[in-house]
Design a protein around this ligand. Sequence first.
Ligand SMILES: Cc1ncc(COP(=O)(O)O)c(C=O)c1O
Length: 398
Amino acid sequence: MKPSKKLDQLSTSIFSQLLVKKNQKLQLGQNIIDLSIGSPDLPPPDIVKKSLSEHVLEDGAYAYPLTGTEEFKQAVTYFYSQRYHVDLQTSNVLQIIGSQEGLSHLALAYLDQEDVVIVPDPGYPIYEASVQIAGAQIYPVPLIEDNDFLPDLSSIPEDVAMKAKMMILNFPGNPIPTLATREFFEQVIEFGLKYKILIVHDFAYSELIFDQQKPLSILSIPKARETAIEFNSLSKSFNMAGCRIAYVVGDEKLIEPLAILKSHMDYGVFLPIQKAAALVLKSDFHFLDEHKRIYQQRRDTFIHILHDKGWNVRKPEGGMFVWAKLREDVRSMDFAFKAIDYGVLVTPGVSFGAYGEGYIRLALVHPEDVLEQAAERLVQCVGFFSRDSSSHVMNVVE
Ligand SMILES: Cc1ncc(COP(=O)(O)O)c(C=O)c1O
């Protein structure tokens, strides 16, 4: 039996190649610190665990939920007003089974073959994969350091902008942990309105923003609701990744196509999870401050070691990752393979798009002492790639 041709387009995971090597090393008894996947290592708030354990005992909890409950949608409107100063009605909220599910089905709900989607390069893989599965076309817009890793809208040719139906953005981003500025979002909204493009902002890391900076919802920009929708999730903010619960917010008409498609495809999120999510979205948010403090501290400890040894990687402004630049002639895949010999699993930047070449992504998903060890090992790996391996790392990495 031949599977669909669409599957051929999907890149086979670079991870599987790295995992083979990782498993070989593990079998030999080597210790490997895994910085390759952004799966939260910290637990969810206690109220989530307590609520879940209570509600799973109720007989009525096991019916098909079909859609998001009114209670959940109200909780999202409360959360958005408190955290991002955006006023929403419950009709502006659509529950999804994780952003990953929502993003992939959004493409199916909106795109036809001739449609073009502007995606960030490097970008979170589902952006490109969802467009490929929907059979539409991708226009990658580079995120480069010279432009502060923001997409340069003026670089998009007029004919591409005219044909584009959707543009996907992600701040703080994965793999590049930068923040959008208000000015940039204003330009994006202008661009979306001018060319009639659905702007899709993935705000999965909205609660991991460091150094007293504030989260910026794209819906807080004037006129945004005419052209933009925003995805948000409980996976990273509340460490509920395995619960599979997220939502998309925006104008009712813009989210409706996804709601229609989903009504044919799934029966919603388990009710006890919806209850726990509603509860935590309306909590006192003390958890979020503490959570952010932990990640910021991890970032500082990890970066301090790299900087101290001369590897001047950029300090992330938010999110869960460090986007570390390699020496110009080192390929990210080569570095990732070699790093396993030094006891660290990292993600090669090229797996996020051609413009990710020359970088690796490091997920801060371990306690500080483990991250310290990982940083020391990575610095040694950098040393391996120096022309004169006895020289100080400072000389080999920009
Ligand atoms: C940028 C980004 N968007 C979406 C997701 C998926 O989130 P969810 O768990 O809500 O599906 C991730 C997960 O790593 C992510 O990094």
